[in-house]
Design a binder for this molecule. Structure first.
Ligand SMILES: Nc1nc2c(ncn2[C@@H]2O[C@H](COP(=O)(O)OP(=O)(O)OP(=O)(O)O)[C@@H](O)[C@H]2O)c(=O)[nH]1
Ligand SMILES: [Mg+2]
Length: 300
């Protein structure tokens, strides 16, 4: 639970039998995760036995692929009223310790991306050699430049946080079932103009064999597809009828006290008007705008 909000961590699993138990317990130990949802994507035999008894809820996705597995987890969370959805991997690479950092930024923005390219956060033995690190960085910088976004240094880090409202907005546009689902998720956040921030997350050595970026040739092809995807978005080849994220107008500034009676009355009126305006904005959008990011200014 984070500030009264229900938090769920989604673990897609394919080949993480030897690490999934420890990974699940690591996230529960933070006492921040209300739920850990394991999406079994035709996972290695014995995975379910490892998950049993950890407190995680196991669900199944038969369509093979990283994207299919994550989408299944996302759909489960949004259907069950989870407020803050954190994606991760149960292969030992990501740290439960970073959950707090992702949640802390969710107070300000509806999407928090992790980056694995900050040198101080890359552990010995992690699969983040110079090619992966600088390749990811270069494509992310290209995206930052082409879309004039806030700082981006990693396109494909699974460790990310989304509010339910952000995911509901972009969900109809998430179509990729394979490994480049991660970059598509990022591009849809950018395309919908959803406010986001990117923060460094710990990236450790994988337990067991990577089936995606462990092979340099596969990683290179994935990189090329990422560049293609970014250019498709930039030059409008991807369907464009999107409902943009609706920012709520900021409340009027509260002047320093002491105030005269007539000033107090004027302030009360303007606050009332702004509350009504906010309510009407929320009513006219199809998406519920109830994230802390929007509520927070009203509380100040
Ligand atoms: N390779 C693969 N991974 C899957 C599949 N379904 C779910 N996953 C999950 O996707 C995550 C990423 O796969 P990994 O093998 O760890 O690949 P990786 O080297 O971490 O890839 P990156 O995170 O892109 O660097 C893991 O949590 C897998 O369990 C699938 O069909 N194939
Ligand atoms: Mg991995």
């Amino acid at each position: 639970m984070w500030r009264g909000k229900k938090v769920a961590v989604v673990f897609p699993t394919y080949n993480e039998k030897d690490s999934i138990r420890a990974a699940t317990l690591e996230y529960f130990r933070t006492q921040l995760a209300d739920e850990v949802i394991v999406v079994n994507n035709n996972a290695a035999p014995g995975t379910s036995d490892e998950v049993a008894g950890t407190g995680a809820r196991e669900i199944f996705e038969n369509k093979q692929g990283y994207g299919h597995a994550l989408l299944r987890g996302i759909d489960d969370c949004t259907a069950n009223g989870v407020d803050l959805i954190v994606l991760s991997e149960p292969d030992g690479t990501f740290s439960g310790h970073d959950l707090l950092k992702l949640l802390a930024y969710s107070d300000d923005v509806p999407v928090v991306f992790g980056t694995r390219t900050s040198r101080e956060f890359i552990w010995a033995g992690a699969n983040m050699g110079w090619f992966l690190r600088w390749g990811n960085w270069a494509v992310a910088k290209m995206t930052e430049l082409l879309f004039n976004t806030t700082i981006l240094t990693d396109m494909g880090c699974t460790h990310r946080l989304f509010t339910r409202e952000a995911l509901q907005l972009i969900r109809p546009h998430l179509t990729i079932g394979g490994s480049h689902f991660g970059p598509q998720l990022l591009m849809e956040v950018v395309a919908h103009k959803i406010p986001f921030v990117e923060i460094p997350v710990n990236y450790r050595q994988r337990i067991g064999e990577s089936s995606v970026t462990g092979d340099l040739w596969k990683a290179f092809r994935l990189g090329m597809r990422m560049i293609g995807l970014v250019l498709e978005y930039r030059f409008g080849f991807v369907a464009r009828d999107r409902t943009m994220w609706t920012p709520v107008p900021p409340p009027p500034q509260v002047p320093a006290l002491p105030l005269q009676t007539d000033e107090l009355l004027a302030l009360a009126k303007s606050l009332e008007a702004s509350t009504q305006e906010t309510t009407s904005v929320q009513e006219t959008t199809s998406v519920q705008q109830t994230t802390t990011a929007q509520e927070k200014p009203l509380l100040r």
